[in-house]
Design a protein around this ligand. Structure first.
Ligand code: NAD
Length: 377
């Protein structure tokens, strides 16, 4: 079986789907690895380090594998380079990138989306949403610290005492919890809010305070541990209560998301207006529209003397570890596709492969992707 790794072509993408260390693990287990020249450069892995790992490096071979391992969804040109019946693994945005999904089905590619891997215990080592969200949450806290014109920690100096900054984290999933932990390590006082009641304990175990908002909600946890979408009335109430609480903090890091939907709006203009001049908002949800009304995805703007940052693809800003973790996720998934004899074998009775598969034999087989494509048509 042969796995190939193309160079990522999306603007600003520096990650690579396999790092040399993981390529070596695959080659040692009898899997051939080929890499497009320069594919690892963005993550600081020169071609030579792949060759030392037993992979072959060539121009124009990125799409030649039985399995093509990518980070970002393929462009239409890249889809044309994929083999009929070949396997593609990567972030494919199955619920939103409907044109890509349709094109993959038409090209008769067997595609697996990292986002669609079921979040079950056995699949934890393949959970790329979590590995990349860990990077994004960590970076978001650093961006907030960097932009804030104040200290995060409390300082007692000869020139007087500085009170610690307060950071509010909205959404305490994987990224949010990492942002809490990182802000705490930097010495901030941290509050956090989520609509899922289960996270209260996790927030508190990181030394942060769970912000209690009287939304009249029982709990908003839905299938798979994800949040359900709140009703319009619940959202309205949440925004009003948050506007008050946000006025008292120095920085907001917002990470709230509902799979396949635009990010919930949590921070309205009034909340921004309530903040102290010089405060900062890092809106990790910018990619799906933003949690803050004033966020401009991909931009840093100053409104009401508050700096609002809408970063896109933060994991790519830390490509070395983001790629290392992602590679392990890919390795673990690819190993599910190999028989003991080292041949490619796709067992669709396996709930991980069945759940992650988006297109196969010319059809869209993933329920959510099928609905999204239907709705777009
Ligand atoms: P996510 O990126 O989908 O959402 C981020 C957070 O935003 C979630 O905690 C969500 O509850 C919250 N949110 C949504 N709407 C909100 C609103 N209106 N206000 C405030 N917060 C809101 O989440 P994620 O990080 O991918 O994690 C989702 C769940 O999956 C979590 O329960 C996590 O523990 C679970 N998980 C399970 C596994 C596993 O078992 N393998 C692995 C990773 C994560």
């Amino acid at each position: 079986m042969k796995v190939s790794v193309p160079k990522e072509t999306a603007a600003g993408e520096r990650r690579v789907a396999l790092v040399p260390e993981v390529a070596q693990r695959l080659t040692r287990s009898g899997i051939e690895v080929v890499l497009e020249a320069g594919a690892g450069e963005g993550a600081h892995h020169p071609d030579a380090s792949y060759e030392e790992a037993g992979a072959s490096v060539q121009e124009g071979t990125g799409f030649s594998g039985d399995v093509v391992a990518k980070v970002r969804p393929p462009s239409s040109e890249e889809i044309r380079a994929l083999r009929e019946g070949g396997v593609l693994v990567g972030f494919l945005q199955p619920l939103t990138a409907t044109d890509t999904v349709r094109a993959l089905a038409e090209a008769r590619v067997t595609s697996f989306a990292m986002e669609a891997i079921p979040r079950i215990t056995r699949a934890q080592s393949m959970d790329a949403l979590s590995s990349q969200a860990t990077v994004a949450g960590y970076r978001a806290a650093l961006v907030a610290a960097e932009e804030l014109p104040r200290f995060l920690p409390m300082l007692t100096t000869a020139a007087g005492t500085v009170r610690p900054a307060t950071v509010m984290v909205l959404g305490a999933g994987v990224a949010g919890l990492q942002a809490i932990a990182t802000s705490r390590r930097l010495g901030a006082v941290v509050q956090a809010f989520d609509v899922r009641a289960a996270v209260k304990e996790q927030i508190e175990s990181l030394g942060a305070r769970f912000l209690e908002l009287d939304l009249g909600l029982e709990d908003a946890e839905a299938a798979g541990g994800y949040a359900r979408q709140l009703t319009e009335e619940e959202q309205q109430r949440q925004r009003e209560l948050l506007a008050e609480a946000i006025g008292k903090v120095d920085a907001v890091i917002s990470t709230a998301a509902v799979p396949g939907r635009p990010a919930p709006l949590l921070v309205i203009e009034d909340a921004v207006r309530n903040m102290k001049p010089g405060s900062v908002i890092v809106d990790l949800a910018a990619e799906t529209g933003g949690n803050c009304e004033l966020t401009e995805p991909g931009e840093t703007v100053v409104k009401h003397d508050v700096t609002i940052i809408g970063p896109l693809n933060l994991p790519s800003s830390m490509p070395d570890h983001a790629s290392q973790l992602y590679s392990k996720n890919v390795q673990n998934l690819v190993e599910l596709m190999v028989s003991e004899e080292g041949e490619m074998k796709l067992d669709f009775e396996d709930e991980i492969l069945a759940g992650a598969c988006i297109t196969r034999d010319g059809e869209i087989v993933h329920e959510g992707a099928k609905q999204a494509v239907g709705a777009a048509a």
